[in-house]
Design a binder for this molecule. Structure first.
Ligand code: GLP
Length: 283
């Protein structure tokens, strides 16, 4: 008879953890990242921006301070950056909406990662095509990404792979959809006093093909607003219209950590809950 573990591995393609709220979701995600950092101190982490991973990064900073979680040998590669933006430490945080600044403020300055080991697409590269090729080469040189953290865009994107992106796409420049502009304007730009027109309409993003070459994935989603698109990504057809559905093609270990609200429209909600209970009982 097959063990629960092998049923998990063969029967469902991913490990889905459903947690009661954002706090608990962040704890579980930080636990998965910390486990890797302890097992492989020189691991390569793929990192994401957005409001979703902020709680996870806070937990990692706490673990670094309280337990000495060591990032001194860790390398990081971020998924994306707004086209035209880069780190401007001389400006107040609100005025510098680059993802480089986000990473510095929300994670890097609180842990002991070496700045030279962190990589974020350069939104200001003069030759963005050449830059994108170099970024891919850097990832390869580092041995590939061990664990890629991913949020979920409101239009179903991973990184900035907007609907219609090839599921084999590589790092490149991309135009942002109206929905992404609206979402990110509301979440970040508005309070910082920018008009919607002023925000960047393009980005540099790792491709779906690039992301799927990672050794493992950690997808995080929270909130009611994302319930429908979460169900589409995890249980709907694999389609370039919802680029996060590409996770269903992933052949490595994929972890998905959701809060109850984001998980609320999953068809197999009860089954995922059952599997986790069985895992903790029998494995
Ligand atoms: C942006 C980022 C994505 C992120 C998404 C969701 O579009 N490029 O990587 O997953 O926002 O953001 P949030 O977590 O704020 O909902």
């Amino acid at each position: 008879m097959k063990s629960v573990k092998s049923i998990c591995k063969e029967g469902i393609f991913i490990n889905i953890y459903i947690r009661e709220d954002y706090e608990k979701m962040s704890e579980k995600a930080a636990e998965i990242i910390a486990k890797l950092v302890k097992e492989k101190p020189n691991c390569v982490l793929g990192l994401a921006t957005g409001s979703t991973p902020i709680g996870t990064y806070k937990k990692l900073i706490q673990m670094h301070k309280d337990e000495g979680l060591d990032f001194s040998k860790v390398k990081t590669f971020n998924l994306d950056e707004y086209y035209g933006l880069g780190l401007d430490l001389d400006k107040p945080y609100a005025e510098d909406q680059s993802y480089a600044r986000f990473m510095y403020e929300e994670l890097f300055k609180g842990i002991n990662v070496k700045p030279e080991n962190t990589h974020i697409p350069n939104g200001r590269a003069k030759d963005s095509e050449a830059f994108c090729r170099e970024y891919e080469a850097e990832i390869k040189k580092a041995g590939g990404v061990d664990l890629q953290v991913l949020g979920l865009g409101g239009d179903g994107h991973f990184a900035f792979n907007e609907p219609g992106s090839s599921l084999a796409s590589r790092t490149r420049r991309i135009a942002l959809t109206e929905q992404t502009l609206d979402d990110n304007y509301e979440a970040f730009y508005k309070d910082a006093g920018f008009s919607r027109e002023e925000m960047p309409h393009f980005a540099i993003t790792m491709g779906i093909g690039t992301i799927l070459e990672s050794k493992s994935l950690l997808m995080l989603v929270n909130g009611k607003k994302k319930a429908k698109i979460t169900a589409k990504a995890l249980e709907g057809p694999i389609t370039s219209s919802v680029t996060a559905s590409s996770i269903q093609l992933f052949s490595g270990e994929a972890y998905v950590v959701l809060d109850e609200e984001a998980a609320s429209k999953l068809d197999r909600y009860d089954f995922y809950k059952h599997i986790e209970k069985m895992e903790s009982k029998y494995l």
